[in-house]
Design a protein around this ligand. Structure first.
Ligand code: ADP
Ligand code: MG
Length: 435
């Protein structure tokens, strides 16, 4: 017998709403966190991307909070990025509607007007980035003194992005006997301080990368001369249909977007110099399959949740293993197979080895540089599958060999590089099942 949401104490009306979206078997983080959170305890969950944290806190929120008065929300979710806040709002809104509760997201980059109207009517659950919420509090548009439940989502990313002082300032304004739910991929350093200071005897749970979340993702490091990186990225996108491509700098991302366009790949830049509207447009086009690739920087891409991204390409190597995990979490989400390709220029071979060691992979398993065809065109011998290249593919940190043959895209074949206009790229779903 598998556990059901009912077994965990989730009310039938909410469980059947979830079931209508095909969600009927709780993920491990939900199994661990729902009973204590529904009972009013503080919880502290360590779980990787794609493990189902949103419902782990969303169900208790919707279940336990009462109706808000104007400007005084009863539930508060703090999230590191606008995109993530927007996606949490989207996932929780239909669930909250079952109990006639309202959800609204507040983040920078969009005007205040619409948000203020919502607040004046009363918003039961506020989802916000720390900066925007602080603005609203400072302006007197929102008061946190009636918040009963606070959720701190992706606390490690908030720490990485320098938001913790702001988060602490906000938490200090919430009544001390509130319930606090904290989720993070890592629980060390600054996050631990947050737990000790703002949580009361929390139930702790660590969910390792599960089969659903990570194991289906295959990681490959391709030895790639710098001048071939664009071509290799094009091949990866062509093969997998869609990609999120990472660059270290905004200018690099702009440049690569243009180069991909010249190779017939439809791509959109996604970084901090783009306006909120431009980013939303790019994300929407990507989800609909009108754009094959988002070319992103690390900070901008945090918290983007798009199911069925074909491949994540590290066009530039990440700064460290944490960024590698964050970036790679954009694929292979919630049971879908994913592929991750990192391009390793010769002068960064030792950096790549260090990265692999920290990730628990076998270091030094970059495959040889892709050969050049007689006509001078480079060819990717994709090491993603071991039937093309003799060199070993690199397995992810929690690889389970029994998954090898499941739902995996077949091997890319060497062939002439693609010119011509872009096309194809299937549609992708947003992070919510109901979308
Ligand atoms: P996280 O916040 O941990 O990165 P999410 O909460 O965004 O992960 O969940 C990832 C995806 O999994 C979402 O599309 C969500 O709708 C889906 N999901 C969550 N819980 C379940 C479940 N129990 N069964 C099936 N799908 C689920
Ligand atoms: Mg999440």
């Amino acid at each position: 017998m598998t556990t059901t949401f009912n077994d965990l104490g989730v009310a039938p009306d909410l469980a059947s709403r979830l079931a209508s979206r095909g969600i009927d078997e709780p993920f491990p983080i939900q199994v661990a966190m729902l009973p204590p959170a529904l009972a009013g305890r503080d919880v502290c969950g360590k779980a990787p991307t794609g493990s189902g944290k949103t419902l782990a806190f969303g169900i208790p929120l919707v279940t336990r909070i009462s109706q808000a008065r104007p400007r005084r929300p009863r539930g508060l979710v703090l999230a590191p990025t606008r995109e993530l806040a927007g996606q949490i709002e989207k996932e929780l809104t239909p669930l909250a509607a079952v109990r006639s509760r309202s959800v609204a997201a507040f983040y920078g980059g969009v005007g205040f007007g619409h948000q203020l109207n919502a607040l004046r009517r009363g918003v039961d659950i506020v989802v916000a980035t720390p900066g925007r919420l602080a603005d609203l509090v400072d302006r007197g548009d929102i008061r946190l003194d009636e918040v009963d439940i606070v959720v701190i989502d992706e606390a490690d990313r908030m720490a990485d992005m320098g938001f913790l002082p702001e988060v602490r300032r906000l938490l200090d304004q919430v009544r001390p006997d509130r319930q606090t739910l904290l989720f993070s991929a890592t629980l060390d350093g600054d996050v631990d301080v947050l737990v000790k200071r703002y949580q009361h005897d929390p139930v702790r749970s660590e969910v390792r990368a599960t089969e659903e979340a990570v194991d289906l993702t295959e990681h490959a490091f391709w030895a790639a001369p710098r001048e071939l990186r664009t071509e290799l990225t094009v091949r990866a996108i062509d093969h997998f249909g869609s990609a999120i491509v990472f660059c270290r700098t905004k200018r690099g991302a702009d440049r690569l977007t243009k180069q991909l366009g010249a190779h017939g790949v439809t791509a959109a830049p996604f970084h901090g110099d783009r306006t909120q509207q431009q980013r939303e447009k790019a994300l929407a086009a990507f989800m609909k399959g009108r754009v094959q690739a988002l070319v992103a920087t690390d900070v901008a891409a945090r918290g983007i949740h798009v199911d069925e991204v074909g491949v994540v390409v590290h066009h530039d190597l990440p700064a460290d293993h944490k960024d590698y995990v964050h970036r790679s979490g954009r694929t292979g989400r919630a049971g879908a197979a994913g592929a991750v390709v990192a391009l390793v220029p010769p002068d960064q071979a030792s950096e790549a080895k260090k990265l692999q060691r920290k990730l628990g992979m076998v270091p030094g398993t970059s495959t040889p540089p892709p050969p050049v065809l007689a006509d001078g065109q480079p060819v990717v011998r994709a090491p993603v599958r071991n039937d093309v290249v003799p060199g070993p593919a690199v397995k992810g940190p929690h690889h389970n060999p029994s998954n090898d043959q499941r739902r995996r895209k077949p091997v890319p074949r060497p062939g002439p590089p693609r010119r011509g206009p872009g096309g194809g790229g299937g549609t992708r779903r947003t992070g919510t099942r109901s979308a």
